[in-house]
Design a protein around this ligand. Sequence first.
Ligand code: HEC
Length: 137
Amino acid sequence: MRAATFTLALLIASAPAGATDADKGKVQFGIAGQDCITCHPQENNTAAIGPSLCGVMGRKAAGHMRYPTYSAALKVSGITWTRDRLDKFLTSPLANVRGTRMGFAGIADKTERENVIAYLERETGGELCLWDRLTPP
Ligand code: HEC
């Protein structure tokens, strides 16, 4: 048992830091109180309270073609989603983009924000696009 734990610890320690962060971010995206997935559709969420985050990194805010109900505030914000810009937004969405419809208090912990952003970065053209692929326009 102890040997197995030790081996696991070694495996975790030797995983590339980026991948580990994105994996943690994936957990935070889905559970652990952040619950992005409640509003941002992936494969099994068609309620689509928020836009799909497919292709979000490097894109202009309010830019997903198939989300018709962006707030005026986000549309005129002039934001392009980079790591830094997302970090500010996710700290406190309602304070950062006044008038946004994203009713989410924010993520206070910087490491947690960085992990979620690492996940968004890794999957911007990957599993975040599952919903888009499953429901053709
Ligand atoms: C209560 C529902 C809800 C939750 C929870 C939520 N969001 Fe959102 N999100 C929205 C809505 C609605 C919008 C559109 C905002 C607007 O138009 O002002 C949005 C917009 C966004 C955008 C901008 C998308 C674009 O196309 O410009 C990003 C990025 C984003 N959310 C990331 C996240 C992340 C990451 C989490 C989890 C940490 C999260 N959201 C949690 C509802 C939510």
